[in-house]
Write a protein that binds this ligand. Structure first.
Ligand SMILES: C[S@@+](CC[C@H](N)C(=O)[O-])C[C@H]1O[C@@H](n2cnc3c(N)ncnc32)[C@H](O)[C@@H]1O
Length: 262
């Protein structure tokens, strides 16, 4: 298990070979009037097919769980830039028939307006290592991106990405984005529809009451079979696994970062 406490990560690492699309340090309290943050400074990193998850594994699980469904909602809450929704969209675009595309409702939201503006722009910062990582899951990953010059400017970004790329418009069409906080979005999840809710690498930044409210709302909203995906960093939240068990989630693969509502 690879748990990286955020402080030592911030101190020791000026760059990361893995999370290259953005690496922003900022005061989250300045971008919202919600009193939900436990820290004055946070570092947000993201990148396509982030390595704290085996994406083949989660995708197989999604297919097994929702065969024959007309619609599958995949919500990436606290998505940062578009990396996380893009990982789902790119995988599904490359590995499922075109007739399936309209089945997937891939949604990304984040509390930081700058990140959502970037996500909506249809562009993303990428480096050679991002493409190498993408190739593990999709063949010829570069075909889905067009070189767009200098990296997009992200305030307080401590990692210089190599370049910006325009995401293939057909893949962009599969995703939609909104600036919003995750508790609001969990409460808005549609009733009686299948859900994969992805909230990764954000809970340790938040006050315990807010984390508890998100997890409780999630367990009320999700139905049997629905999936909640979290990240490696979330494992540092005290009693995180026990909280999920107490709320009626099941660990189909105890070493993987996802649970299923039962
Ligand atoms: C470390 S990044 C994680 C990004 C992505 N989920 C991943 O794992 O690659 C954390 C993100 O959470 C966002 N965030 C923090 N609190 C939030 C909240 N209450 N609701 C929605 N987004 C939030 C931050 O703006 C930041 O973009």
């Amino acid at each position: 298990m690879n748990i990286l406490p955020v402080n030592s990560y911030q101190q020791n690492c000026k760059c990361s070979p893995y999370f290259t699309s953005c690496a922003k340090i900022y005061n989250p309290k300045k971008i919202t009037n919600l009193d939900i943050f436990a820290m004055d400074k946070i570092k947000t990193t993201s990148g396509p097919f982030r390595k704290d998850q085996d994406w083949n594994d989660i995708m197989k699980y999604i297919f097994w769980n929702f065969p024959g469904e007309k619609k599958i909602n995949i919500s990436s809450l606290a998505c940062s830039d578009s990396s996380e929704p893009l990982s789902y969209a790119l995988y599904l675009y490359c590995k499922t028939p075109e007739t399936y595309y309209s089945k997937y409702n891939i949604f990304g939201s984040d509390i930081d307006p700058e990140m959502i503006k970037i996500a909506k722009s249809g562009k993303i910062n990428l480096s050679k290592s991002d493409f190498e990582n993408m190739e593990k899951y999709v063949k010829n990953a570069r075909l889905y991106f067009k070189y767009a010059g200098n990296p997009l400017k992200i305030s307080n970004n401590i990692y210089e990405s190599e370049s910006a790329y325009k995401i293939d418009p057909d893949i962009m069409k599969m995703m939609h984005f909104k600036k919003s906080d995750m508790l609001t979005e969990v409460k808005l999840l549609a009733e009686n529809e299948p859900h994969v809710v992805n909230i990764k690498n954000v809970f340790p930044y938040l006050k315990q009451e807010y984390t508890d409210a998100v997890l409780e709302s999630l367990s009320k909203k999700l139905k049997n079979g629905d999936i909640f995906v979290y990240g490696n960093y979330d494992r540092v939240v005290p009693n995180f696994k026990q909280k999920l068990l107490d709320l009626g989630f099941f660990f189909p693969k105890p070493d993987a970062n996802f649970v299923q509502k039962i």
